[in-house]
Design a protein around this ligand. Structure first.
Ligand code: HEC
Ligand code: HEC
Ligand code: HEC
Length: 436
């Protein structure tokens, strides 16, 4: 009896292994001669440029100081460093020999031309939703860029995790190929579906705003619930948002189009790059559609009735300063910050971001606040033309921790942040950079 069970078990393991291998093994797609740029219609290339912006391809595929799309950007994954690849049409080091079919398979299935599985640091789990005509436009755009010869450095993921065939196991667990291309929801309008398509597909907003499990896959049931990403905090975009004011379509549009909304705050860190290097390429109606989708997800319609009161309360909070003479954080705030951040009127002014309305103060994680105080916000980041000085040289870890604790206590109802001084010390050594 025991022997029979053993035999059945062995048979099952063998069948499993053969089945896995059959699923995991992908054929190479034959190389082609780089297609001549003149063969692509100008309008298709132009649409491809917009879509490449929506997908932020440049941010990941361009190394600091390197040629656009030539790859080599180092990405820390928790399992090792992964380098983005060269996606210019260079025949030897880029994707010049990739047919349209090979490009589409990479975007939809995360499989390279030679048949090897790509790592999920490349967000193909989002790009799989992109429609044929948009993949055509992207292919046309990339095949008409200047070819750059550049080899990406080797990844440092240790054995056995570096065996690309094993990525098929990750896909089996976390990637549902058959969900495939985005399907419009019949109960929603055209603009909403357009926004959902862009956000869930090319925009891959969830790659930063959705928490991941220990194997690096997004937790789908917590979509857009907020997540830690490269020492920044990507705030919740769903009903878990801690913003005192609801994120309406107009506010989201302002934030995603210009880099800031007076009733919420400005886009710093990696989000500044998403706005200014990526979404900036998209036409207004696409950005409005993305804004509508997230206005719906965070339930702004249900909250607008209470928003006048929330605004009055926030403005009152930030005027209450003078009474707190003895607090070290309050004193520092008055000396170093209030001259720029004080709002006397009923509405905040754009050049004076209202900290009582900002997720950097009301959010669950102090990282964004600390990064911004340490490194400031450059001229081209956040709202362009505005500039926030960095205080890394003039304020100690304890000073910044006191400031954070003071603003958290006086400007929000949220529980105190823990371990502030050590978090400041840790983030002081991190680059402020906008890279992903
Ligand atoms: C979040 C970062 C990120 C973004 C955004 C991103 N990529 Fe990538 N991409 C990568 C990484 C990392 C790899 C290499 C993965 C690997 O080595 O397995 C890669 C690989 C690829 C490959 C396979 C190339 C090869 O030589 O194997 C293609 C094609 C590609 N990306 C196209 C795109 C396009 C088109 C966009 C924009 C729509 C894009 N990527 C956006 C990170 C990114
Ligand atoms: C590379 C990571 C990344 C991607 C991709 C990304 N975000 Fe963000 N997002 C962030 C970070 C980090 C912040 C916090 C920025 C700050 O506090 O200045 C943020 C902030 C935001 C905020 C402000 C939320 C608040 O309450 O303050 C909105 C709205 C937003 N993102 C929308 C989007 C949308 C829509 C997309 C997709 C088109 C997107 N993000 C893609 C990282 C990302
Ligand atoms: C010289 C004027 C100035 C000073 C001084 C200043 N800030 Fe700012 N701050 C700004 C401006 C302007 C912005 C928006 C920058 C942009 O959009 O590019 C900003 C943005 C911010 C943000 C992002 C808020 C959001 O809307 O998401 C935080 C947090 C912040 N400041 C905190 C502080 C703190 C704390 C201090 C004192 C240590 C301080 N600032 C001192 C001008 C200033």
């Amino acid at each position: 009896m025991a022997k029979r069970i053993l035999l059945v078990l062995i048979a099952l393991i063998v069948i499993g292994a053969v089945g896995f291998f059959a699923l995991a093994w992908k054929p190479a797609i034959a190389p082609v001669d780089p297609p001549p740029a003149a063969g692509f219609a100008a309008a298709l290339v132009a649409r491809g440029e917009q879509l490449a912006g929506a997908g932020n391809c440049a941010s990941c595929h361009t190394a600091p100081g390197g040629a656009a799309y030539a790859g080599g950007l180092a990405m820390e994954t928790g399992f090792g460093t992964v380098y983005s690849t060269n996606i210019t049409p260079d025949a030897d080091t880029g994707i010049g020999r990739w047919s349209r079919e090979a490009f589409v398979r990479a975007m939809r299935e995360g499989v390279a031309r030679d048949g090897s599985h790509l790592l999920p640091a490349f967000p193909y789990d989002h790009f799989t939703k992109v429609r044929d005509e948009d993949l055509d436009a992207l292919y046309a755009y990339f095949m008409t860029r200047a070819a750059v010869s550049a080899e990406a450095p080797a990844n440092t993921i240790p054995f056995p995790l570096n065996i690309r065939l094993l990525q098929a196991g990750w896909k089996l667990l976390f990637f549902d190929l058959h969900k495939g291309v985005y399907e419009a929801r019949a109960d929603k309008g055209e603009e909403w579906n357009r926004g959902a398509y862009l956000a869930e597909g090319l925009g891959h907003c969830g790659a930063c705003h959705t928490p991941r499990n220990s194997l690096g896959a997004e937790k789908r049931h917590l979509a857009y619930a907020g997540a830690s990403i490269k020492a920044w905090w990507a705030p919740a975009l769903n009903a878990a948002s801690t913003s005192p004011m609801p994120w309406t379509q107009d506010d989201l549009y302002a934030y995603l189009r210009t880099g800031g909304s007076t009733l919420h705050g400005v886009a710093a860190g990696t989000m500044s790059d998403v706005v200014h290097a990526g979404l900036a390429k998209l036409p207004d109606e696409d950005v409005r559609a993305v804004a509508l989708y997230f206005a719906d997800l965070n339930g702004s319609a249900a909250r607008t009735a209470a928003s006048a009161e929330a605004l009055t309360q926030a403005m009152a909070r930030s005027r209450a300063d003078a009474s707190e003479e003895i607090d070290a954080g309050a004193a520092l705030y008055r000396a170093a910050c209030a001259s720029c951040h004080y709002n006397g009127g009923a509405q905040p002014l754009a050049p004076r971001p209202e900290l009582a309305l900002s997720s950097t103060v009301t959010g669950p994680d102090p990282s964004n606040f600390i990064h911004i105080v340490l490194h400031g916000i450059g001229d081209g980041e956040g709202l362009p033309g505005l500039y926030m000085p960095g205080f890394a040289a003039s304020l100690s870890d304890a000073d910044i921790a006191n400031l954070a604790a003071y603003l958290r206590r006086s400007r929000s109802d949220q529980p105190a942040w823990n371990a502030l001084p050590s978090t400041v010390a840790k983030l002081r050594t991190q680059p402020a950079g906008a890279e992903q």
